[in-house]
Design a protein around this ligand. Structure first.
Ligand code: GDP
Ligand code: MG
Length: 183
């Protein structure tokens, strides 16, 4: 097709969750396919852009927002959430405490951003660091995880590992499909 036939979408997607759960690692893995044992937690907001050829005539730019160093605050500012169309909430399966924080992150998000029509934005839960522990997802078995997702308004959960590059593509693809279905 001619360039004028190409549709482009830009989506702001938030990646939130407790400190050290692997948010930055997941973004770096997804966007640059790299993994490191220490990412300095920079203060402020960090973006990464992933450009996807969604179909022959559709290009999607995913702008992933990393909450760098703001995890200690009880909630983020409305400005930060503004115009986000989807989110990934991340916890660390080797630290069950980080799963306990998940409902807080979800509630904060839902109270501060919605889709233009007023519906909550689509959110996927990432149970990260499955390479460290794959018996349970931080204390819950898969059925309990499904229930947790239903109760807390998550579309779905994925066990991921930024270290092993496991399931991150699947999770983001699923989320993007949800977004694109609404277009
Ligand atoms: P953030 O604070 O949520 O951004 O977390 P980071 O991405 O900085 O990761 C915190 C630590 O966990 C770092 O030492 C990472 O190397 C490590 N990490 C992140 N993801 C994984 C993973 O999937 N598996 C393992 N084993 N370590 C991980
Ligand atoms: Mg980080």
């Amino acid at each position: 097709p001619y360039p004028t036939d190409i549709r482009e979408y830009l989506y702001k997607i938030l990646v939130i969750g407790d400190l050290g759960t692997g948010k930055t690692s997941i973004i770096k893995r997804y966007v640059h396919n790299i993994f490191s044992l220490n990412y300095k937690s920079t203060i402020g907001v960090d973006f990464a852009l992933k450009v996807i050829q969604w179909s022959p005539d559709t290009v999607v730019r995913m702008q992933l927002w990393d909450i760098a160093g703001q995890e200690k605050f009880s909630g983020l500012t409305r400005v930060y959430y503004k115009e986000a169309v989807a989110a990934l909430i991340v916890y660390d399966v080797s630290r069950p405490k980080t799963l306990e924080s998940v409902p807080m992150w979800k509630t904060d998000l839902d109270s501060k951003v919605t889709l233009p029509g007023g519906d909550p934005i689509p959110v996927v839960l990432l149970a990260n660091k499955t390479d460290l522990q794959d018996e349970t997802s931080g204390g819950l078995n898969p059925e309990e995880m499904d229930t947790f997702c239903e109760e807390n308004g998550f579309l779905k959960w994925f066990g991921t590992s930024a270290k092993d590059n496991s399931n991150i593509e699947d999770a983001t693809r699923f989320l993007l499909e949800e977004i694109m279905n609404k277009e």
